[in-house]
Ligand binder design. Structure first.
Ligand SMILES: Cc1cc2nc3c(=O)[nH]c(=O)nc-3n(C[C@H](O)[C@H](O)[C@H](O)COP(=O)(O)OP(=O)(O)OC[C@H]3O[C@@H](n4cnc5c(N)ncnc54)[C@H](O)[C@@H]3O)c2cc1C
Length: 407
């Protein structure tokens, strides 16, 4: 089941600020997919190599994306957004990731913040941030990871201390998508040091306020469009209503929402593999070796058939995860989405990395040129193996289910 199928299976296309499974009407959505593909092909595709060589995020392209609503996909229409379902967002991330997963990931991350400000923020937050986020005048991030804590999220050291009805935040965040430009940040902090997940709370941080210091973005092996970097909080004062999710709730809510992120990362991987495979097949049909097209050599064709086979499997697992996440949004219970999301992300990310390399290999040296998609997608697949829980953490989730399943 694809993202589109999952969406088509939901006949109730409604939209309201408090409706967790609102969706854009099916025909309107299909037309919108075409607009997104056009945006991708005219704005993103011609510039990816240049942005990569300049080692930077592309805020100007995100602003252009906002003109067709791409920064407000899940914001309810009543608040100026597109009112899309989760399944529809997954489909859009696929369309964009066929050209650049790091760009798509950056876009989705700032869009997620807009959606959460709409759904979870106060009236003051909506007035201050929502229009700017939807228009790409400000960018958003979600910050869990720190220099000393990644996979072990419960071990974060950023503290939040109550002071005269407000909160003082101190600490540092690292490896945050969009941190190069973002200043509307969903930031997790510890209110009760030593209590692990129990004391973690979620705050909305404004990067234009005193006590916030942006750190220089990272130089990576590739994928700079994702804009990763960090920031320091030194005596940052959050208002009482900036506490969006209190201790006791925030940690569990974070683990619940990550199922959705793992699922769209799996969808992104499917798109990257498909784009690289298509490129390899087209090239292999033209390029000749030993008197015939290289793809007519069985040794090569079978390798690419294996890629297609695993792509089909990744799509099925991703479709199942989309259904499970959609159901969890409807019921408010994320338990049933944990394993489908872990299976989809583990399989899609691991196979993407290996299979994109196989497709590049099938193109010979030509596959390394930056005017083919493989190199950029290989970096994208590498990134996908870390974000929203590493591959090992997905494996660990699955391992923890084994005894319940079989013992
Ligand atoms: C491009 C990029 C963008 C990112 N964007 C964000 C963002 O927007 N917000 C955010 O909060 N974070 C973000 N991250 C951080 C990401 O979530 C972390 O990299 C990830 O959680 C892993 O943490 P770590 O890198 O600190 O690795 P560590 O936790 O230090 O782990 C090191 C290695 O040990 C493995 N490992 C850890 N624990 C176990 C275990 N129990 N069993 C087996 N193996 C284990 C890991 O899988 C990894 O291979 C981003 C990362 C990247 C690369």
């Amino acid at each position: 089941m694809t993202a589109a199928d999952a969406d088509a299976a939901d006949p109730d296309s409604t939209d309201a600020a408090d409706d967790p499974i609102a969706a854009m009407e099916a025909a309107t959505f299909e037309a919108f997919v075409g607009e997104v593909a056009q945006f991708r092909d005219t704005v993103v595709a011609p510039n990816v190599s240049r942005w990569e060589s300049e080692k930077r995020m592309a805020p100007e392209a995100l602003r252009e994306a906002s003109e067709i609503g791409l920064l407000a996909m899940e914001v309810p229409t009543a608040l100026g957004g597109l009112g899309m379902s989760f399944a529809q967002k997954c489909r859009i991330t696929e369309v964009l990731s066929a050209v650049s997963m790091p760009f798509a990931f950056s876009l989705v991350n700032t869009g997620n913040v807009a959606a959460r400000v709409a759904q979870r923020g106060t009236e003051r937050h909506r007035e201050l941030y929502l229009a700017d986020l939807m228009a790409g005048r400000r960018f958003g991030s979600t910050a869990l990871t720190e220099p000393g804590a990644g996979s072990d999220f419960a071990n974060i050291a950023t503290t939040a201390t109550p002071v005269d009805g407000r909160w003082r935040l101190d600490g540092a965040k690292a490896w945050i998508t969009n941190a190069a430009h973002s200043d509307v940040i969903f930031c997790y902090a510890q209110t009760e040091p030593g209590s692990r997940g129990r004391g973690i709370a979620l705050f909305l941080i404004d990067g234009t306020r005193p006590g916030f210091e942006r750190l220089p973005p990272y130089e990576l092996a590739g994928g700079h469009l994702i804009g990763t970097g960090g920031f320091r909080l030194d005596g940052y004062v959050a208002e009482a209503d900036d506490l969006l999710s209190p201790a006791g709730e925030a940690f569990i809510a974070a683990l619940s929402s990550v199922n959705g992120a793992r699922t769209y990362v799996a969808a992104m991987c499917c798109a990257m593999v498909e784009a690289t495979l298509a490129s390899a097949v087209r090239y292999g049909a033209e390029r000749e070796a030993f008197g015939k097209p290289v793809i007519a050599h069985q040794g090569l064709a079978w390798k690419l058939a294996g890629v297609q086979n695993r792509l089909e499997a990744a799509r099925l697992l991703t479709g199942r995860a989309i259904e499970a996440v959609t159901e969890s949004l409807r019921t408010g219970d994320a338990t049933g989405a944990i394993l489908p999301a872990a299976h989809a992300k583990k399989f899609a990310t691991e196979t993407a990395e290996a299979d994109i390399a196989t497709c590049i290999q099938a193109m010979g040296a030509e596959g390394l040129r930056s005017d083919h998609p493989g190199g950029h997608h290989l970096v994208g697949a590498r990134i996908a193996n870390y974000v929203d829980g590493s591959t090992e953490i997905q494996t660990d989730r699955i391992a923890r289910s084994l005894r319940q399943l079989y013992a």
